[in-house]
Design a protein around this ligand. Sequence first.
Ligand code: CTP
Ligand code: CA
Length: 220
Amino acid sequence: LRLHLAPKPLADKRVVVTAGPTREPLDPVRFVSNHSSGKMGYALAGAAAELGAAVTLVSGPTELSAPTGVERIAVETAEEMLAAVRARIGGSDLFIGCAAVSDHRPEEVPTHKRKGKEPFALALTPNPDILAEVAGLDPGPLTLGFAAETHEVLAHGREKRAAKGVDWIAVNDVTEAGAGFGGDTNRVTLLGPEVEESLPFGTKREVARALLARLAPRLA
Ligand code: CTP
Ligand code: CA
């Protein structure tokens, strides 16, 4: 019953979320990736759906199941993630870039498995910046990005927000206990046009709800 009575401030909104790591192939059987669990992005997708939004979750490989009511699109590489985002971003109201997009990908991917014992040098080329591209769309959705930093956390967060032209950045200090990759808890500071607010430490679900509660009035 509570479900039906709960306020749905995002009832007519469309939200696109990226989550998880990307995998960049090295050869047909190997890849370069990172330790992202996808938990923060999935929590955000679930929290947006709870608020009534139509949510598309573009996800790299994770162990998680899609939150209730969320459409999930599974991708592997950053380029696939960008293509999936481009295909669904038109007409959306909010883009949340939570994926740990691999900054680089191997420049050349041989069609045959690389053989052992022979040394080889790996040349990496930068991947497209999905968040910056969406932030540059006009018309485009409001944008929330994340920044995982190890030092001068706020300064780097402010720089990233300005450089990418995003509306909000949630920064976290990944050296803090309970706020790193893979865990169930997080602490973020939300940097935005009229806010710089340190949100309470909590589960990723709690942090996701707190973030969306701050953003929802701007989406209305
Ligand atoms: N991001 C993205 N596409 C990329 C790299 C990052 O969409 N190719 C997004 C992430 O999802 C996150 C934000 O940009 O929301 C910041 O990611 P982060 O790795 O902290 O920043 P980078 O811009 O990649 O800078 P660097 O890793 O050099 O600090
Ligand atoms: Ca990066």
